[in-house]
Design a protein around this ligand. Sequence first.
Ligand SMILES: Cc1cc2nc3c(=O)[nH]c(=O)nc-3n(C[C@H](O)[C@H](O)[C@H](O)COP(=O)(O)O)c2cc1C
Length: 158
Amino acid sequence: MSVNSDQFRDVMGRFATGVTVVTTTNEGRLDGFTASSFSSVSLDPPLVLVCIGKDATCHDAFSDGGCFAINILSADQADLSVRFSSDVGDRFDGVAHEPWVTGAPILGGALAAIDCTLHAVHEGGDHSILVGRVERLGPLREDADPLIYYRGTYRSVS
Ligand SMILES: Cc1cc2nc3c(=O)[nH]c(=O)nc-3n(C[C@H](O)[C@H](O)[C@H](O)COP(=O)(O)O)c2cc1C
């Protein structure tokens, strides 16, 4: 059976997800992109994954780099989701961030963050599957709800 791309997007969009901004650093340069394809993989060892499009300008910075951080966005951070999926020049301009263990930027105001070393890169069609080994993780806010993405629009749980 052949799969129509519009139908594929429509059906996948009915799976409500959280929203993350995935970040990395290479020789002082920061990169980041919005991603909803985040998943936990393994508890022992602690592994997570995220998929990145092979045509993303920052693809090689992630696949050839040594680390990445998953920033789980709060309900009031839809502007960051838009920013990190748009052509705005320096996506980090005016965005508060700090390094944890690996140096990948942890974004201020995120709900929680997961700092990883790059464990493996797997083939995934027009995407690469980045598997990270968790080096540090933690909640950043207890007062906020998660940002939700469903059928192309931002929602919150409340
Ligand atoms: C809510 C949302 C979720 C997204 N999830 C992913 C994802 O999981 N993987 C991905 O490669 N791109 C995803 N994108 C698209 C990328 O953020 C966007 O194509 C990317 O920032 C473009 O990168 P570039 O400017 O470096 O080419 C998502 C965009 C949005 C708005």
